[in-house]
Design a binder for this molecule. Structure first.
Ligand SMILES: Nc1nc2c(ncn2[C@@H]2O[C@H](COP(=O)(O)OP(=O)(O)OP(=O)(O)O)[C@@H](O)[C@H]2O)c(=O)[nH]1
Ligand SMILES: [Mg+2]
Length: 469
């Protein structure tokens, strides 16, 4: 369900029993309700027949209103006695018929039987409190639900598996190691030729800095996974840009007509692809338009061209393609793909290679027919290949920073370690004073992992969540 604004941070410490509809409202075959807390069995006994149920096995039940005895639904119930449940508490999941009426009535019956409607993210928050998952994994659950592309889905799954947690734990361990080396320096300052010379402290701290930098460098990748690669379709009016845009999407989103200057505004759509989703942008044809509205559209096209990662330069003749490719390259630093449009018989005209080669050898070229579907798969492949060059996919083993909260905590840790290294190498301050920077870096990581300032951080993280999750 949609996130709900207000969330009292202290509410969930009460240990009462919560209930929620976990699926989105509206017409649907099924809906799921969840109950969690110490009174779950008592509440289930009042609304379900039969009860008790075999643990962790979906069982067909009747759901009834305890007060009136009215039958509400024929449903499936699964009983998860704590601690072997999502939340770590006694929990129940009900799969009822969907729509708006039945889920609302069943929730009301659960509340009448003693449950409290759950706050956004309260089930996952309880899972964190019970140690069933850590805070970063809980954030990954939020990201997983919000995922709109293969790239964000993969990144969220990686974080859910604990990859980021493991790397942060290793970082923290590294910092403790530097602290230990430093403590030795503080205790035995005179032993210059001791086993832990100053350089070892510097080297250990620099290693921590490298790991921090590697993690922080993944933040733009998360944005890329979310926003996609900007692929702008450009060219002269009537070149077939909107037709190609629609054909790539498999959906007639943009208006197509034989009147040049049909598209006036940039139209965007997200097309999921690997390694990055593609943000396709159809634009107004580039020309010196007399019509003021069309001219505005051309200005928008020029702006979109400047911001593009990849431009599909579209033209329906070889001469126009060579000319427009040059024109586009003057307006943008983006990578270009030359697209010869309206090749309905599927055979690229022999001149295409020559025309493109004279403009720029590095530009891949593809011949397509939007109406017949020829060349579309090749074009997708060409876009994918260029996208991988613009932004290579991170290795599977590299966890990504997905949220601003994570980036800012790691940023603080990096600043502190940098300040430590600067002070330590210049020997500007006594060791115990320099050591405070290391402590501050450890605290930033602890806050990130949710091991300190827990109440405030949990409140902040789960405010963004859905009810029922
Ligand atoms: N035969 C054929 N006609 C096409 C193809 N693609 C586009 N057309 C036609 O070309 C004309 C222009 O197509 P659009 O997709 O509107 O062209 P555009 O580049 O978006 O034009 P503007 O928005 O005016 O800049 C329309 O009449 C389309 O039906 C194709 O692959 N084959
Ligand atoms: Mg158009």
């Amino acid at each position: 369900m949609e996130p709900v604004g207000d969330r009292s941070p202290a509410a969930d410490v009460r240990g009462d029993t919560i209930a929620a509809v976990a699926t989105a409202p509206g017409r649907a075959a099924l809906a799921t309700l969840r109950v969690s807390g110490p009174a779950t069995a008592g509440i289930a006994a009042r609304v379900l027949r039969p009860w008790p149920l075999v643990a962790r096995r979906a069982t067909r039940v009747e759901v009834a209103d305890a007060e009136s005895g009215e039958l509400l639904d024929d449903a499936l119930a699964t009983w998860f006695p704590g601690p072997h449940s999502y939340t770590g508490e006694d929990a129940l999941e009900l799969s009822v018929h969907g729509g708006t009426y039945i889920p609302a009535r069943v929730l009301a019956a659960l509340v009448a039987a003693g449950a409290r409607p759950a706050l956004p993210g309260e089930f996952t928050e309880r899972a964190v409190r019970a140690g069933r998952m850590d805070l970063l994994q809980a954030e990954a659950v939020g990201e997983l639900i919000a995922a709109r592309s293969r790239a964000t889905h993969r990144a969220a799954l990686r974080q859910l598996s604990g990859a980021l947690t493991a790397q942060l734990a290793a970082l923290r361990e590294g910092l403790l190691q530097v602290e230990a080396l430093l403590a030795y320096e503080i205790d035995f300052p005179e032993e210059d030729d001791g086993p832990q010379p100053r350089a070892r402290v510097t080297a250990a701290a620099t290693e921590v800095l490298d790991t921090l930098a590697r993690l922080l460098s993944t933040l733009p990748l998360a944005a890329r996974a979310r926003d996609g690669m900007h692929v702008v379709l450009a060219g002269a009016p009537n070149a077939g840009k909107s037709s190609l845009f629609n054909a790539l999407l498999g959906d007639p989103r943009a208006i197509v007509s034989d009147v040049p200057g049909t598209t006036r505004d940039a139209i965007e759509a997200l097309l999921d692809d690997a390694p990055w989703p593609l943000r396709l942008v159809d634009t107004a044809g580039l020309r010196d338009a007399a019509d003021p509205v069309e001219r505005l559209g051309v200005e928008v096209s020029e702006r979109r061209l400047a911001d593009a990662d990849i431009v599909l330069v579209c033209a329906d003749s070889d001469a126009a393609l060579a000319r427009d490719l040059t024109a586009v390259q003057q307006r943008t630093a983006a990578r270009c793909i030359a697209v010869r449009t309206k090749v309905d018989d599927g055979v690229p005209p022999p001149a295409i290679a020559i025309g493109i080669a004279s403009a720029s050898v590095a530009v891949p070229s593809v011949a397509v027919s939007a109406t017949q579907g020829h060349g579309l798969a090749l074009l997708r492949e060409a876009i994918r290949a260029v996208a991988c060059e613009v932004e290579p996919e991170p290795p599977e083993s590299q966890p990504m920073i997905l949220r601003a909260r994570q980036a800012s905590a790691l940023g603080v840790a990096r600043q502190e370690v940098e300040a430590f290294v600067a002070a330590w190498t210049t020997e500007a301050l006594p060791a115990p004073v320099v050591a405070t920077h290391l402590r501050a870096a450890v605290l930033a990581l602890d806050e990130l992992m949710g091991t300190i300032d827990r109440e405030e951080i949990l409140g902040r993280v789960f405010r963004e969540f859905c009810v029922g999750k």
